[in-house]
Design a protein around this ligand. Structure first.
Ligand code: 3PG
Ligand code: MG
Length: 411
């Protein structure tokens, strides 16, 4: 059932739109130039459509957080946006003061500006309700100059920050095309009738992995979960496999009694539906050495799933109709240890399955392996995606729903 507006529901011609995006980009440390402009590219379809429909667009965005080395102004983002769009998007070094005010009232239909890093505003980062944020100067001053609020910031949808949820309290609000695509792709995976549905979970967060496995197997979302990376090691250890000191050191923080108990319980309940590696790749003097689990513990660190396990998982993925993949299988930044991740990704994109990949590291790995474009959908979310996977609500989506209810009840 429809519970939020999309831009199909809005008349944009001549309207002033506050367009909140997530174009938080990784930077090159030496030059502070944008290292990857993927998130800027991902907002372009919505931006182009709004401009073609003669909206006046105020782009509102953040980069990093105050105090971080990569906390920079958005002039570079505005320049890259202009280049990719083929139309000048002036950068305005202000949020709601005189300079911003002048630039906004001077906007012509079909033109856009980008305002200053919104995290420069004290109060932006505070976690508050949408009503509380609606009382902020940022929302009060900017909403006076605008007619509509459009949110495409899926990557930040797990944050209850001022510019992300405050405007929905006072302006007609909708998703942008990117937010719409993200939510649709996730909904397809999580409510898919296309089975078998296989989740491949990697990365480092044992406690999150436990919750996700519990949810997706318990609710019949996934038929099987393939565990890889550090979370697979944690499940193996919970099963009683001694890995060796170096591999166990990485797990220590999350390896609480509570997590061990929860993982053991899941393995008892879902046994055959949780796939764990039966061999691993150790790093021995800089080279890869594949050994069966029975050869553990080892003094050498585990840096990938073993080739035998990777091949067995590839077979499972071959028959899948829906695949969701998040988190690498090994240390993809070290030569030779990207193999498990690469084989799994290549298997996920063959055939006609609906395949979704997400998480910053996983997506850059897919780009390196050249298979990124072959996934049905590539999510721009990191933390937001994790929040969604855990079954928690996304404050930005909730605020859009509240705005929808308010507007539709007026009609
Ligand atoms: C991100 O890249 O994680 C989003 O832009 C949100 O940023 P944050 O984690 O600093 O809130
Ligand atoms: Mg983050």
């Amino acid at each position: 059932m429809k519970d939020h507006f999309t831009i199909d529901d809005l008349d944009l011609a001549g309207r002033t739109v506050i367009y909140r995006v997530d174009i938080n980009c990784p930077l090159l440390e030496e030059t502070l130039e944008l290292a990857n402009d993927n998130r800027i590219r991902e907002m372009l379809p919505t931006l182009k459509e709004m401009l073609a429909r003669k909206a006046k667009v105020i782009i509102l965005a953040h980069q990093s957080r105050p105090g971080e080395w990569d906390y920079i102004p958005l002039d570079k983002h505005a320049r890259r946006t202009s280049e990719l769009l083929g139309q000048e998007v002036p950068y305005v070094n202000d949020l709601y003061g005189e300079e911003a005010h002048k630039a906004i009232v001077a906007l012509r239909p079909g033109a856009a500006i980008m305002l200053r890093n919104v995290r420069d505003e004290p109060g932006e980062m505070e976690k508050r309700s949408m009503e509380e944020h609606a009382g902020s100067l940022l929302v009060k001053e900017l909403s006076k100059l605008a007619d509509i609020y459009i949110n495409d910031a899926f990557g930040a949808a797990h944050r209850s920050q001022c510019s992300l949820i405050g405007f929905q309290a006072v302006l007609p609000s909708s998703t942008g095309r990117l937010m719409e695509k993200e939510l649709k792709a996730l909904e397809t995976v999580f409510t898919s009738s296309s089975h078998p549905c296989i989740f491949v979970l990697g990365g480092a967060k044992f406690s999150d992995a436990i919750k996700v496995v519990d949810r997706v197997l318990g609710q019949g979302i996934a038929d099987r979960v393939i565990m890889v990376g550090l979370v697979a090691n944690a499940f193996l250890k919970a099963k009683g496999v001694a890995l060796g000191e170096k591999s166990e050191r990485n797990l220590m923080k999350e390896f609480t009694d509570e997590n061990i108990r929860a993982a053991s319980r899941l393995m008892e309940m879902y046994g055959g539906r949780i796939e764990l590696p039966f061999d691993v790749a150790l790093e021995v003097d800089g080279a890869r050495l594949d050994v069966p689990i029975s050869d553990l513990p080892s003094d050498h660190p585990i840096h990938d799933i073993g080739i035998g396990s990777a091949r067995a998982f590839v077979e499972i993925l071959r028959d899948a109709c829906t695949v969701f993949m998040s988190g690498p299988a090994g240390k993809i930044e070290i030569d030779g240890f990207e193999l498990g991740t690469q084989l799994l990704m290549e298997a996920a994109v063959v055939g006609g399955s609906f395949s979704v990949i997400g998480g910053g590291h996983t997506v850059s790995a897919a780009q390196r392996f050249g298979c990124c474009d072959r996934f049905s959908y590539v999510s721009t979310g990191g933390g937001a995606l994790e929040t969604y996977l855990l079954g928690k609500t996304l404050p930005v989506v909730e605020a859009l729903k509240t705005a929808y209810l308010r507007e539709t009840s007026k009609r």
